[in-house]
Every structure is written in C-alpha cells, then in structure tokens.
Design a protein around this ligand. Structure first.
Ligand code: HJL
Ligand code: ZN
Length: 184
C-alpha cells in the first residue's frame, strides 16, 4: 500500500488524503466474483465487494444468484455480513465501518423485473445506530444495459441521497462479456 504521494509529501501534510485503496484492483476482484455467477438469460452476472475505505479491507464479496433465491451481487454482500452477525439484512449497517463502499461491476439496480427490493433501496436503508447511511461511495464498472428495465436510474438515486458514485474505467468490455454470458 502506498502511503506517500508521488511527490513524497507525507500524507498528513496533504489537504485531503486519498483513500487507502487501489480502485482498479478492487474492481478486478469484483469481476472475478462475477465470473462465479451462473449465466442465465433473465439477469446479468454481476460481482461486488463491500470495502472499508479507511483500511482498504474487503469485508464481503458477492455475485448474482450466490445466495438462495433470486439474489443480486450487492444484496449478497450485505446479506453475508448480516448473517455472520446474526442480523437481518436491514440492520447490517449497525456492524459496518462508518466509511464503507461497494464496488460493483454494474451500477446498482433501481428496479427489478421480479419486483424484489432493488439494491439501491437496500444500500439506502443500510444505516448505523445514529440513522446515518454507512455507504459513502459506490464504485461501478458499467452502467446497466437497457435490456430488462430500460434506463436504470440507480446512480442518480444514490447521488440524490449523498452517495458519491465513481465509475472505474478500463474493464467495461470484460465486465459486459461476463455480465451477458447467459444471453445467447
Ligand atoms: C446488478 C446484479 C444483477 C443486476 N444488476 N447491479 N446486480 N443481477 O446482481 C439488473 C437487472 C435485473 C432484472 C431482472 N441485474 O433480477 O435489471 O429477476 O436482474 O429481480 O430486472 O430482475 P430480477
Ligand atoms: Zn440489484
């Protein structure tokens, strides 16, 4: 981990220290998760990580349909931490670090054909005991293709609620190839 800036200025002297994480490397890890997702014509194969931005630690990993039922990658990340703590998914924010982020190969969904709760709403309801949203940033690999629900407004809704959304570029082709592997 690089703890100095390129001009060797110690971190504490910089105006704002960069997050202690390598975003491209984490997006690549999310893509590796996506490759575990069973290809189907009815959804996308997405991978996601939940990360503590203060330490760079990966708290949880998930992929589409990993957990029982019609589960999305981001949903699996949250649910796995919740289950490890014996909590329902909606209370997982109580045990997550205050500076949490999701890395997802595809923009979180805001509408699902199945009618299940979209991942954007799952992220927004994930709050600490003071009622604050714990997810500070969402790093995304690609926008959702307009195949199932038209234009996904997931990013816009997250930003409306103060969550910074940061595209991580350079892997779009690979991400879409994996995501649409079951589409024939
Ligand atoms: C994201 C996923 C996943 C999707 N998007 N960000 N992560 N599968 O893990 C979005 C797509 C929905 C369809 C079908 N996919 O999944 O819009 O059956 O998969 O509820 O709308 O809806 P269901
Ligand atoms: Zn989703």
């Amino acid at each position: 981990m690089c703890l100095q800036s390129s001009d060797s200025t110690p971190l504490q002297q910089q105006e704002s220290a960069p997050d202690a994480v390598d975003h491209a490397a984490l997006m690549r890890e999310a893509l590796e998760e996506a490759k575990h997702s069973p290809p189907l014509p009815s959804n996308f194969c997405v991978g996601a990580l939940l990360v503590d931005l203060d330490t760079g630690e990966v708290i949880s990993r998930g992929y589409s349909l990993e957990l029982e039922g019609n589960t999305h990658a981001e949903q699996c990340c949250l649910l796995k931490v919740a289950q490890a703590h014996g909590l329902p998914e909606e209370r997982v924010g109580e045990v997550l670090p205050p500076n949490s982020a999701i890395y997802t190969t595809m923009e979180p969904c805001n509408l699902r054909l199945s009618g299940n709760l979209p991942c954007v709403d799952r992220i927004l309801r994930t709050k600490n005991k003071m009622g604050q949203i714990v997810m500070k940033k969402v790093y995304l690999g690609v926008k959702e293709p307009e195949k199932f629900v038209g234009e996904n407004k997931g990013r816009a809704k997250l930003e409306e609620h103060g969550i910074e959304c940061v595209p991580v570029s350079g892997m779009e082709g690979e991400i879409l190839k994996v995501a649409t592997a079951g589409h024939g």
